[in-house]
Design a protein around this ligand. Structure first.
Ligand code: FAD
Length: 452
């Protein structure tokens, strides 16, 4: 039986980056992907003659690993449209216009928001995102939910709800009572600072011409026949000297295995001998957030004619944030909005028609009745796909990051693990996936038996 140097399971950005770096270094590598396509959480779909990015799409200036890869692959970027006034829908449902990053709230509340941003920035500055469990306040911050922590920081409800929005619905896509303050600090540190996260012009800076899914497509093209699709790995049998990976009853021998999957999906594979108990516990305390990404395409970007940027925030709105998502070079106009965590649960209980009506009504509270009648309406549905199961990514429940965070990075025999879900810099983002893939490849190449 032929023996590969490395079998990579999963053809998302992590797995493909890892495989390409190994192949470049001369390794005999095979990528096994369960779906009939590459890209994982990156995907572009055609609807009604227009391309829609269903998964990840934005690139920010701190995402240096991704930006370097885009350059290497010859992929171009363009800026998100952001000219004109943005909108803030307040607790009473009134849309108020503003420019820049300062929300149109009472002066006292604005100051309190700035103060809270400063507090999180200071905490983030003390964190190495690759080792959040080593933060000087790790134990105490991991022992409380972000909601509890925020409540203890301020009595200004509007300031609190806006800070909660940035890290809960907008980023981790979980209710703020379900993740720890330490995870909130990790999210901030992973992007350089909390200031970066609250600055939409920074964090949602660029898109890729042709879509961010062009990255896995280009890597897969370079890998060629080394990528096998519709190959759902069911078993990994390992010893200290190598492993046998099973797909559809076929057994593939390899010296190393990289499981480039969300931690939640390692459990789908029967691993023999089984992983040490702590590895299983660690992954049992990770779960996906939930967000419905909604895109509505109109005959024209009508909001621009009214001097609006298309950017809107509404912590109490069903669609809590919305942006101009018009495709490069298109005359039509597209809005993208997000319905997160508890709101996404509620929307999931409605029929498709009821959900669309509710979501468009929320868009109309930002942009008026013209938002009610798009020519094309597209919802991203990742939660019903077993091979993903949520969006954007996974994170730990309260208290688990300090308890088990480091475990997720430990190899077991010839098996290594990685995905954007456990990245430090670029946590939950494609940049994190690229960093994880690169790091895993480096570790394998530095192994004495396989170094080149
Ligand atoms: C709606 C949405 C919006 C997002 N927006 C952004 C954004 O704007 N910017 C950004 O940077 N990031 C964004 N993200 C996050 C980003 O897309 C992910 O962090 C990144 O793509 C994850 O890559 P990955 O390779 O680590 O994991 P994945 O993409 O999940 O890849 C894992 C792969 O493993 C495969 N697999 C699973 N089990 C098996 C098995 N047993 N055998 C074989 N294959 C298997 C899966 O099919 C999948 O292809 C978004 C994500 C979503 C869902």
């Amino acid at each position: 039986m032929k023996t590969y140097d490395t079998v990579v399971v999963g053809a998302g950005a992590t797995g493909l980056t890892c495989a390409w770096r190994l192949a470049e270094a001369g390794q005999d590598v095979l990528v096994l992907e369960a779906r009939d396509r590459v890209g994982g959480r990156l995907r572009t779909e055609d609807h009604n003659g227009s391309d829609f990015e269903i998964g990840g799409q934005w690139v920010s200036p701190d995402q240096e690993a991704l930006i370097a890869l885009l350059e290497e692959l010859g992929l171009e970027t363009y800026s998100r449209f952001r000219e004109g006034e943005s909108l803030y829908v307040d607790a009473a449902g009134v849309a108020r216009r503003f420019t820049g990053e300062d929300l149109p709230v009472e002066e006292q509340t604005a100051k309190e928001i700035d103060r809270l941003i400063g507090v999180v920035d200071d905490l983030a500055a003390q964190m190495d995102p690759d080792r959040p469990w080593e933060h000087p306040q790790a134990a105490e911050l991991d022992a409380v939910s972000f909601a509890q922590w925020l409540d203890a920081q301020t009595t200004d409800a509007e300031a609190r709800d806006n800070i909660a929005l940035y890290l809960g619905p907008a980023m981790l896509t979980k209710p703020t009572h379900s993740f720890s303050a330490l995870t909130a600090v990790l999210m901030s540190a992973s992007a350089g600072s909390f200031t970066h996260l609250v600055d939409a012009d920074f964090i949602l800076d660029k898109r890729v011409v042709g879509g961010l899914a062009s990255v896995p497509a280009a890597l897969a093209e370079r890998l060629g026949e080394r990528v096998r699709l519709s190959a759902d790995v069911t078993h990994v049998d390992w010893s200290e000297s190598g492993a046998v990976v099973t797909v559809d009853g076929e057994q593939i021998a390899t010296r190393n295995v990289v499981l480039a999957l969300p931690p939640t999906h390692v459990r789908r594979i029967r691993i023999t001998p089984e992983l040490p108990a702590e590895h299983r516990h660690a992954r049992e305390h990770q779960s996906f957030g939930l967000v419905i990404k909604v895109q509505a395409e109109y005959d024209t970007p009508f909001w621009r004619e009214a001097g609006r940027s298309g950017t809107g925030f509404g912590p109490w709105q069903l669609v809590h944030e919305v942006y101009d998502n018009t495709l490069h070079g298109k005359e039509t106009g597209t809005l993208v909005g997000f319905v997160s965590d508890l709101n996404a649960d509620a929307m999931g209980r409605l029929s498709a028609d009821e959900r669309q009506a509710a979501i468009l009504a929320s868009l109309a509270s930002y942009f008026g009745d013209a938002a009610l009648t798009p020519r094309t309406y597209v919802e991203s549905d990742w939660q019903h796909q077993e091979l993903t199961g949520g969006a954007y990514a996974t994170s730990f429940d309260v208290g688990s990051l300090t308890r088990w965070g480091a475990k997720l990075h430990e190899p077991v025999g010839p098996i290594r693990f990685g995905s954007s879900d456990i990245a430090g810099h670029g946590f939950q983002h494609v940049d994190g996936a690229v960093r994880m893939g690169t790091r895993l490849a480096q570790q394998l190449l530095e192994q004495p038996s396989l170094g080149s």
